[in-house]
Structures are given as structure tokens and as C-alpha cells.
Design a protein around this ligand. Structure first.
Ligand SMILES: Cc1ncc(C[n+]2csc(CCOP(=O)(O)OP(=O)(O)O)c2C)c(N)n1
Ligand SMILES: [Mg+2]
Length: 250
């Protein structure tokens, strides 16, 4: 393609558009359409597989992460929502994202307590649009800077935090298990320094102590939807709320 690039990008645009049109022969158009159809079919297949997988352990206790994601989705999908935490896992597989402000994006770092403060910052940014901010809040992540709960209450920042509380820095548990396996030394010590049990942390009490409406720990899946509903009532009045959900590890 031979195009004179003008200093002004706008001025280059017509020539560029013409050049692209010349390249888009009928053959190429057909190839693109075929590729698009293949991708659409693969996507549809992936969504169907995710739906089936999400049903596994649907009623389990601790609660499955798929159930958590879908209970939350069921109650926000018809609102102007924004996911202000990581969306990896079930939300990216089963929620319908079609607007840029529906996800905060990823941090570029993990395991350093980014989640809670980042979600609050995003919720503050969303507040002026009257937009509903929701986060799936990891338990270990909230241990780094729990004071964000007080900040949320103090500044009346509407944010619904639903906890993915697997009572562990679980990424670390898996990492240590993997390395212990590699060295064939058994995985029974992998929970040392990596699990958050004995005592279990009662995040609802922590949150209430910071002035945030909170419920939990929730262990039975059937209690999750109603708790999310009550928390959403609070958030709709302009305040933060937290639902502590005890979950499967992943
Ligand atoms: C500075 C630093 N220390 C430690 C880690 C290792 N690390 C990765 S994820 C994680 C904890 C994650 O725990 P949680 O937020 O509860 O999420 P989970 O893995 O349990 O879902 C840690 C400590 C890191 N990435 N950076
Ligand atoms: Mg955890």
C-alpha cells in the first residue's frame, strides 16, 4: 500500500480509506465473513459449555463461584451496572458486557490488595452517573487495606461488595502445592501461612464496625439471593454494602 502520510492524521484518512477499499476485494470480504462466522460459532459453543459447567455444584456449600456470579448477575443485569473488580472467571464467561464502563479492567498486578481500593475509586467515579457499582471482593485482598470500608461509609460511596471468601490467599495455596509436587515433598503443609482460618474472619462484623451495612457469613446458596437483594436496597440509597459469601476455592 502506497499512501502519503500527511502531518495531519485527518488529512490522511480519505487516502487510507480508499486504499483499504481497493484491498477489500470480494474474495477478501468472503474470507472475513467466513472467519467471522467461525468465531461466532466458537463463541456460542464456549458460552454453552460455560452454562453447563456453571451448574456443577450449584447448591454446594461452601457456595460455588459460578452460583455467586450468577446470583449477582440475576439482580443487576437490568440496571446500569459496572463491575469494579476483576472479571476473570465467571463474569467474563457468562455476563453480557457491551459497554466500556461495565468493567474496570485488570490491574497489571495481583495479590497486592489492589482490588478493594480500586473498586472504591471506580465506585466514586460511577457515583455521579447514578451507576450501580458491584465488586466481587476476594477475602485476602481485603486484608491489605480494610480501611477502604470506612472510607466508603464516610463518603457515602454506593458500592455493593459480594465476597468471594475462600478463607485463603488461595492463589498461594495452589502455587505452593504445585511446587511441593514438583519436589515430591507432599502438599500437607501448603496451608501454612496461606489460609485464613483459625479463626475464620467475620468480614460482615469487620464491615459493620466500619459503618458499612453487611450480612454474612453466608454458607447456604439459597440465602445468597435474598442477602444480595437487601444489600442492593442499601446501595440504591447511596451507601456501601457488603455480603460475605463463603465460597469454593475457585
Ligand atoms: C507483593 C505480593 N505479595 C504476594 C503475592 C502473591 N499473591 C498472589 S495472589 C495472593 C492472594 C490472593 O488472595 P485472595 O485475594 O483471597 O484471592 P484468592 O487467590 O484466594 O482467590 C497473593 C498473596 C503477590 N502477588 N504480590
Ligand atoms: Mg481468597
Amino acid at each position: 500500500m502506497d499512501i502519503a502520510i500527511a502531518a495531519d492524521a485527518e488529512a490522511t484518512l480519505p487516502a487510507l480509506t480508499e486504499a483499504v477499499k481497493r484491498l477489500l476485494t470480494a474474495d477478501r470480504k468472503r474470507a472475513f465473513a467466513d472467519r467471522g462466522a467461525k468465531l461466532a460459532a466458537a463463541h456460542q459453543k464456549a458460552v454453552e459449555a460455560a452454562r453447563v459447567e456453571a451448574t456443577y455444584g450449584w447448591d454446594a456449600s461452601p457456595i460455588s463461584t459460578a452460583r455467586l456470579a450468577m446470583e449477582l448477575w440475576g439482580q443487576i443485569k437490568n440496571k446500569d451496572w459496572s463491575l469494579v473488580s476483576g472479571g476473570g472467571g465467571w463474569p467474563s464467561r457468562l455476563w453480557a458486557f457491551d459497554k466500556h464502563h461495565q468493567h474496570i479492567g485488570s490491574s497489571g498486578g495481583a495479590g497486592v490488595g489492589y482490588g478493594a481500593p480500586a473498586s472504591l475509586g471506580a465506585a466514586l467515579a460511577n457515583r455521579k452517573y447514578g451507576r450501580l457499582s458491584v465488586s466481587i471482593q476476594n477475602d485476602g485482598d481485603l486484608m491489605y487495606a480494610p480501611g477502604v470500608l470506612w472510607t466508603a461509609a464516610h463518603h457515602k460511596i454506593p458500592l455493593l461488595s459480594v465476597m468471594h471468601n475462600n478463607r485463603a490467599y488461595h492463589q498461594e495455596v495452589m502455587h505452593i502445592q504445585r511446587l511441593a509436587n514438583r519436589h515430591q515433598r507432599g502438599i500437607e503443609n501448603a496451608g501454612i501461612g496461606t489460609t485464613l482460618v483459625d479463626p475464620n474472619i467475620d468480614y460482615a462484623t469487620v464491615a459493620r464496625g466500619m459503618g458499612v451495612h453487611a450480612e454474612g457469613p453466608i454458607l447456604e446458596a439459597k440465602n445468597l439471593g435474598p442477602a444480595i437483594g437487601r444489600a442492593l436496597e442499601v446501595v440504591s440509597k447511596g451507601e456501601p454494602a457488603l455480603v460475605d459469601v463463603v465460597t469454593q476455592p475457585r
